[in-house]
Design a protein around this ligand. Structure first.
Ligand code: NAD
Length: 261
């Protein structure tokens, strides 16, 4: 029997891409899921039903990760639905690309709220429960941009570097309570977010789809292959397992060698 069976997880930003893959992978191990994120109500309900069909509980919170009150309510709803929250995956994230001199200030602050601050508010809301239960896992989906920079991504890179510091700190605070906090740093993952950028880049650079993928998106990724959602999700499952109990405060790269350069 799986050691995760019967546990409960909040996965922020789980209506799409990496978060959705993580939610399904955890559900496959018998973990009850609090879904969160934006999207079409009917599609989100279909995701919820698909997850309950895996034999676990699934509830949905529309909490906006820019709003601390809504984040607190999401955590309270998860605890009410499942009794407690054992696993938190701060995953919701957005990107905006601009030279700093033109970077809209409201965009900068919004990215800091979603990609950095929401992880802090969500962790704050679940941490005491994890310590009391003497078991907990916080697995943040950060980025290679938590470790290295690229030009024009000053907000995203700031937020992602900040998440690494936050995970290290929570790792120390939870260490004697069976609560670990770690960061996963993926390179490029082929999600709807990345896919949407391909046609525009093809036009802007007069390139074919393959050229955009190999020479632009995967330029820094030595394997010249995307990381898959399933590969990220399986690393989350590993970090949640008892075998990973001594991995704490780590930044785990899954980037085809990007940050080895
Ligand atoms: P995605 O756009 O497919 O999914 C993002 C999710 O976040 C969606 O569910 C969306 O509704 C949700 N979201 C956005 N703003 C929100 C808000 N204010 N409140 C609540 N939910 C909100 O993106 P993805 O590629 O799956 O990215 C997920 C995470 O992985 C992000 O943190 C991203 O930075 C990180 N990441 C992605 C890649 C990649 O190449 N795709 C690489 C490294 C890290």
């Amino acid at each position: 029997m799986s050691t995760l069976k019967g546990k409960s997880a909040i996965v922020t930003g789980s209506t799409s891409g990496i978060g959705l893959g993580i939610a399904k992978a955890l559900a496959g191990q018998g973990v009850n899921i609090m879904l969160n994120g934006f999207g079409d109500a009917g599609e989100i309900e279909n995701i919820r039903k698909e997850i309950t069909a895996m034999g676990v509980g699934a509830v949905y919170s529309a909490a906006n990760m820019e709003k601390p009150d809504e984040i607190r309510a999401m955590a309270a709803d998860a605890a009410k639905a499942f009794g407690r929250v054992d696993i938190l995956v701060p995953n919701a994230g957005v990107q905006f690309v601009s030279p700093i001199e033109d970077f809209p200030e409201e965009k900068f602050e919004s990215i800091i709220r979603i990609d950095l601050m929401s992880g802090w508010y969500a962790s704050k809301a679940v941490f005491k429960g994890m310590k009391d239960a003497k078991w907990g896992r916080i697995v943040s989906i950060v980025s290679a941009h938590g470790l290295v920079a690229s030009p024009f991504k000053s907000a995203y890179v700031s937020a992602k570097h900040g998440m690494l510091g936050m995970m290290k700190t929570l790792a120390l605070e939870g260490a004697t309570f069976g609560v670990t906090a770690n960061a996963i740093c993926p390179g490029y993952v082929h999600t709807p977010l990345v896919d949407k950028q391909i046609p525009d880049t093809m036009k802007a650079r007069n390139m074919t789809r393959d050229q955009v993928i190999n020479d632009v998106i995967l330029a820094a990724q030595p394997t010249k292959q995307f990381v898959t959602v399933e590969q990220v999700a399986s690393l989350v499952l590993y970090l949640c397992s008892d075998n990973a109990a001594q991995i704490n405060g780590a930044a785990l790269s899954i980037d085809g060698g990007w940050t080895a350069q």
